[in-house]
Ligand binder design. Sequence first.
Ligand code: SF4
Length: 324
Amino acid sequence: MKSITSKEILDAYKVLNGEELTPGEALALIQTKPPYLMDLYSLADKTRLKFFKSKIDTCEITNAKSGACSEDCSFCAQSAHHKTNASVYSLKTKEELLKAAKIAKGHGAESFCIVVSGKGYPKANAEFNSIIESIGLIRRETGLELHCSPGILTKETAKMIKDAGAIMINHNLETAPSNFKDICTTHKIQDRINTVKAAKYVGLKVCCGGIIGLGETLQQRVEFAFALKELDVDAIPVNIHQKIPGTKLPESNISLTEILNFIAVLRLVNPTKGIKIAAGRNSILADYQGLVFHAGANGMLIGGYLTIPGRDIEKDRNLINSLR
Ligand code: SF4
């Protein structure tokens, strides 16, 4: 592995002029160590400010259907292959989802995402139709920007989501394509890529990211950043793996520097795309949460995550205000 110098960081300033990093350059940058860390984060921060100014986007999700998933993603508390304490319940009613959306609006969230556990909907069924109706109802009643995370879709089911009034789907790659087979055996990375492409084909925006700390190498983190660039996704959520008791994947012990270096490189590879920090920020970043924005992130998930609670919304609001 090559060690980074300040010259290589200076060379990366070309991103501010619209030039692209190569995977080799990104691999060098992700290995930045002291005393050059702040040089890297400063460039990522300048890139964030150039394209997003100082605005920090927020979004809130609701777990509309939890647990009992047929898939075996090794990190996931909702997989039926694991024995965890995650809640198991069927799809919430339209009224329950509308109530959750109104609470999110009261928290100041600009968008609201309906997340459904399970493999997905290659064909419409009664459950899918209920999601479609909920999207329409929440859109009409709250005016919130509606997102949906329904798992695998085809062009047909993606179009139904768009026609109902959602503007974005969330469907994560989760990790680098070359690492996916090591975290899931019940479906393939291509299934996820096809869903992203189907959503884009019908005109939905796509929020697509994943989790760091799933056993991937630094090369695979760079591969992940470039896979997202190639798919031309609109927003990239970044979760940090936290071991959930009962799941198969071991604890990652990822360091603060590794997290910040990944976010900085993700920003430089995808300069114009929204990068949101999500699960893991409270427990792993703890007092250093503000740093992720100065390393290039421009958004955060507020409220709770799917199977772990979030922190007090007021604290997040104070953090956002303190960054302006
Ligand atoms: S990540 Fe999604 S598909 Fe995988 S087990 Fe969890 S809910 Fe199922």
